[in-house]
Design a protein around this ligand. Structure first.
Ligand SMILES: N#Cc1cc2c(cc1C(F)(C(F)(F)F)C(F)(F)F)CC[C@H]1N(C(=O)[C@H]3CC[C@H](C(=O)O)CC3)CC[C@@]21S(=O)(=O)c1ccc(F)cc1
Length: 273
């Protein structure tokens, strides 16, 4: 309301509105930016993934996967993961404020959070009705990944997807949750932690506003548990990957894409583009 129109008897209300309004506007703009960035940078649309749920691997196809070598199966997954992570890098770059962070902090956030974002995005390609995930064109259960030799990690990943699906997150909620996961100011080695914390809190407020408007506040507390599970999943991944690589020190460099090395091993080579 312009000054001459404002009701004389409610200066406090008008002032509060004027004070709150810009942050609501900016939080809605940030929400719109994050949801748009998410839609533009997922590999598959959720409608496509749901339409393909009937395409399940046959017994023969599962056996074929199980007869592959450990190396070949890790290589296939590593390439798919590297591919997905490149989409996550693009998602991050489109979030308002991310490119204003220092190059170092952009890389620190992506090294620490890209796998977590991929694991959240995975719930979109997971079918909770039969516990299968979309992989190389069809849906398969944990048995498809048997030759990886890390059944506990695979089982935990499937359980995580199953529990995330139980929250029935909308695309908007997945978008905002992955942005919150990515912009984590607690990542080690951040140069300007305060700047990341400000960006994180803007996204957090936008997420909370969105959830409150759709009466989904209960989801927030459940999602904070999910971030703890993500952390343990990722350390389990590094743990299994390290033991896999220790057995094959020479093979590793030829087996995995450079970006995979840059993100998941302490090797100094292959700068993150
Ligand atoms: N190398 C790998 C690797 C690769 C992947 C995951 C885990 C690992 C590990 F490492 C782990 F967990 F340790 F990191 C594992 F399990 F292999 F060890 C989970 C996310 C998966 N993923 C997806 O689900 C994408 C997410 C984005 C989505 C989109 O954008 O639309 C498309 C589908 C990308 C790679 C992929 S995968 O498809 O190879 C896959 C592998 C194992 C599994 F049990 C289920 C799936």
């Amino acid at each position: 309301p312009s000054p001459d129109q404002q009701p004389v008897n409610a200066p406090g209300l008008t002032c509060r509105l004027v004070c709150v309004l810009p942050s609501l506007l900016s939080s809605d703009c940030l929400t719109a930016n994050i949801v748009k960035s998410h839609r533009e940078t997922c590999q598959y649309r959720v409608e496509e993934l749901q339409a393909l749920r009937w395409k399940v691997f046959s017994r023969e196809e599962v056996l074929a996967y199980q007869s592959k070598s450990v190396e070949e199966m890790w290589q296939r997954c590593a390439y798919r993961l590297t591919d997905s992570i490149q989409y996550v890098v693009e998602f991050a770059k489109r979030i308002d404020g991310f490119l204003e962070l220092s190059q170092n902090d952009q890389i620190v956030l992506l090294k620490g959070g890209s796998l977590e974002v991929v694991l959240v995005r995975m719930c979109r390609s997971f079918n909770p009705d039969n516990g299968t995930v979309f992989f190389e064109g069809k849906y398969g259960g944990t048995e498809v990944f048997k030759s990886l030799g890390c059944n506990d990690l695979i089982a935990s990943i499937f359980e995580f997807s199953q529990s995330l699906c139980a929250l029935h997150l909308s695309e908007q909620e997945v978008a905002l949750f992955t942005a919150v996961v990515l912009l984590n100011p607690e990542r080690a080695w951040l140069q300007d932690k305060e700047k990341v914390a400000r960006l994180h809190s803007h996204v957090d407020v936008a997420f909370k506003n969105t959830l409150q408007r759709s009466h989904r506040d209960t989801v927030l507390s459940k999602l904070s548990q999910k971030t703890l599970q993500l952390k343990s999943l990722c350390s389990l991944h590094i743990d299994r990957l390290r033991s896999f690589l220790e057995l094959r020190p020479l093979l590793a460099h030829s087996l995995f894409p450079p970006l995979y090395h840059e993100l998941f091993t302490d090797s100094p080579d292959a700068p993150l583009e």
